[in-house]
Design a protein around this ligand. Structure first.
Ligand SMILES: CC(C)(COP(=O)(O)OP(=O)(O)OC[C@H]1O[C@@H](n2cnc3c(N)ncnc32)[C@H](O)[C@@H]1OP(=O)(O)O)[C@@H](O)C(=O)NCCC(=O)NCCS
Length: 177
């Protein structure tokens, strides 16, 4: 992914209507090196920064003011994923350095994987190295710093599983605690 081309394309994005011209937007992102499916719907205010490998699957929707900070190795967003406004996905962090001048020490980046059918609620933050299992829900405002099981709902800071879907009974089971 080219950070410079993403920056240039950003000027075109802001000139386009928010929730139209989706095909044009995927073509522009593909030209920047994003592996994006033709049917993905990216809202104009989405901000993508970085040089990592970013993939976005079929019929995935990325909503208003979502920020994706994608350093190598990258971020994988599956198909049929819905990402609500103001979500932040950032796969980089720092080692804590209590000896140097900067407390944010050596940079560390790990792949984030968001599997098919995930719904991420408004203003959630997805941190480095996590895998969000398919058809799971991340509640609004959650901070995800560890893996999320498939077919579950996670909420809070840090995000914890609050419910799990039982495919046999077709009912939600509340988690203890
Ligand atoms: C998670 C969500 C889908 C609700 O799921 P639900 O199965 O209906 O959950 P419930 O309302 O039954 O709540 C279950 C528990 O989780 C808590 N909870 C629900 N949403 C929460 C949130 N965002 N953060 C923290 N806790 C939350 C409830 O307070 C409740 O706690 P309790 O059992 O102690 O009373 C919903 O709250 C949410 O976050 N939706 C996202 C909305 C959004 O982002 N909209 C933008 C457009 S897509």
């Amino acid at each position: 992914m080219s950070n410079f081309l993403l920056w240039l394309v950003g000027f075109v994005f802001v000139a386009l209507p928010s929730t139209r011209f989706y095909r044009l937007k995927t073509l522009l992102l593909a030209a920047c090196g994003v592996k994006v499916a033709k049917s993905a719907r990216i809202v104009s205010s989405v901000k993508i920064v970085g040089t990592g490998e970013l993939s976005i699957g079929d019929d995935t929707f990325i909503g208003h003011y979502v920020s994706i900070f994608c350093s190598p190795p990258g971020i994988s967003i599956g198909s049929y994923v819905d990402i609500a406004p103001n979500v932040v996905i950032v796969n980089g962090t720092h080692q804590v350095d209590m000896d140097g001048l900067h407390t944010a020490g050596k940079g560390v980046c790990n792949r984030i994987i968001i599997e098919d059918g995930v719904w991420i609620g408004a203003s959630a933050t997805i941190l480095t190295g996590v895998k969000i299992g398919k058809k799971s829900i991340i509640a609004a405002g959650a901070v995800v710093n560890s893996d999320v099981p498939e077919y579950s709902i996670s909420a809070g800071v840090p995000a914890k599983t609050i419910k799990t879907w039982n495919p046999v009974t077709k009912m939600w089971l509340k988690s203890n605690g």
